[in-house]
Design a binder for this molecule. Sequence first.
Ligand code: IPE
Ligand code: IPE
Ligand code: MG
Length: 254
Amino acid sequence: MSGIFSRTPKETEADAVYNPEGMIPVHVGIIMDGNGRWARSRGMPRAAGHRAGTKNIRRVLIEAVEIGIKALTVYAFSTENWARPKDEVNHLMRLISQGIRDELDELDARGVRILHSGRTAGVSESLQAEISEAVERTRQNDVITLNVAFNYGGRAEIVDAIKAIMQAGVRAEDVTEEMVSQHLYTPDLPDPDLIIRTGGEFRLSNFLIWQAAYAEFYSTPTYWPDFDEVELRKAVAVFQHRDRRFGKIKDTER
Ligand code: IPE
Ligand code: IPE
Ligand code: MG
């Protein structure tokens, strides 16, 4: 017998078990939040949290490949994060640059294709060059796509798309949703199926606001540096138990 009280969403999520044969999200977006609180909870400076958080990308990426996820977009730095203290901003810039330098060979060897979503304005020329090199070098790789949302804002992305469309001389009546999607930073990536946010908040903070229209949202209180393989499987398990309807009704209810 099934009744409205038989399965609350909460129970379903707590009990969700990962099924390797089940539906696997093709594109997963991760809002890597909680580095600062992770550090503070250990009596360490925020910078140590960002260092641990940057390191954690590797572990989650490897597990994503294992699960069969084809694209991972990680939110590394938002257009709003420039408002943080200069020291913290500089540290985050250095970590990105160092991360590329330390990891590029292995990422390339593992077949990871790197993409960048975001603006280049405000980013130092040397870092811009490092990002371009990473993207160029890994262009042909096809094991998984790692899209780094860096100096990224969803609203900025939509504004940039509108500018490109207008510059192409498209008439207002010819603008379509498909066209907008095709003018975003990563036109060849499918929309994300699942958005994970660590650190416990329930908001998008300007992340993939256009693309996430029908993404499933998952939030965990776990701080990003502690988000491990088990946590990723758990998020996918919850996703597998969601009922995606895309505005339609179920066939069984027709
Ligand atoms: C996420 O961690 C990393 C960035 C936003 C760059 P935070 O630095 O936001 O950590 P909390 O939210 O303050 O704990
Ligand atoms: C979102 O985290 C941005 C990144 C993870 C890069 P924030 O810490 O900046 O988000 P808010 O300020 O809590 O919304
Ligand atoms: Mg935060």
